[in-house]
Design a protein around this ligand. Sequence first.
Ligand code: PLP
Length: 406
Amino acid sequence: MDAAVLVAPGVKGRKVLSLERHLLDEKEAVAGLMRSIADSGVRSAFYVLDLTRVVALHRRWRRALPYVRPYYAVKCNPEPALLGALAELGAGFDCASRREIEAVLELAVDPGSIVYANPCKPDAHIEYAAQVGVSLTTYDSVEEVAKVKRCHPDCELILRIKGPDNAQAKVDLGTKYGAHADEVVPLLRAAQRAGLRVAGVSFHVGSGGSRTDVYRRAIEAARAAFDAAATLGMPPMRVLDIGGGFMARGSAFKEAAAVINDALAQNFGDLPRVELIGEPGRYFAETAFTLAARVIGKRTRGEVREYWIDDGLYGSLNCVLMDDYVPRPRTLAGRRPGKQQRTYTSTVFGPTCDSLDTVITGYQLPEMSVGEWLVFDDMGAYTKGSGSNFNGFYTSDIETFLAYSS
Ligand code: PLP
């Protein structure tokens, strides 16, 4: 299985650097590799994608949620090597647009392993899904039923229900998506009238939260929707999609899995044929990517140091604004051996001309020179994929090096 990742589509043909993890701790192993990349003459921001970690996270998922097939949410980070590795490991994919579907199909993934999980889609994107055989999509409005009927009449639907309120999550998706309890029956009826099959129910409890009770309440609500469909005489539903919201760091995933397994046994134990899927994004991507950004400018004001780096809030570090990412950069050079290292109160700016493009202020860093590097951990979720090209700094051009330890 592990070796297969190295020949996965998206990885094939790209150089995979060796990660000497057995010698060091995980972060130091990646930093060591980053130092050798920087020493090789690279002069602009780059990522390292740790494929070993992706394999380990997949293994952990299979152990904790053995009956739930992960459909990786491409929006979280569409790096082809990550998609390819996950495809090789047997994952399906949650795509939200034509381009995301194309990116997955380019890796020779079966269209049947894709759920078009965007409840509100442009006509042209639905027509594209019809052309390429992606025939399972989410909805939460009567208007979407009419649109799918018109653009892709053979498509099956998944009713997206609103997850429990979860204001504590970084992104509470329930404020935008999901049928309220009193909308479930009208939405099922709308699909029934249109002659579209409702294959199942989905929800998303919110992204980047640590509460786990929300899964139980969402699974209970999903079961109520299954029962409502049966009462309406609709064909039995066959899919339950438990969405995303999983975290790789800490114990949150283990706790969520325990709640989910228990809630599934209680609410779906009598429906053993129901196919269980999830849409994890952050879980697979967040900790697998590390960013190195280069110091491209410096100003000294008394005891304060100000640095410019070549990635910022309009680029990968948009996650500071959009995803509550708290930057805690460290120097790639690491701690110099011997004497105690002096630090300075520092500000780190991004490269664009907007003063909003300030990554961190009042942060302690050792003295750095132009040409040195800052390292940002856990930079895989909602980063490179959601950066802009403002001021001509192309987020999409930031190179990703692939790493693997055998
Ligand atoms: N599924 C859907 C429909 C989403 O909107 C999202 C994130 O916005 C995800 C899955 C992935 O969520 P997460 O990254 O929290 O796992």
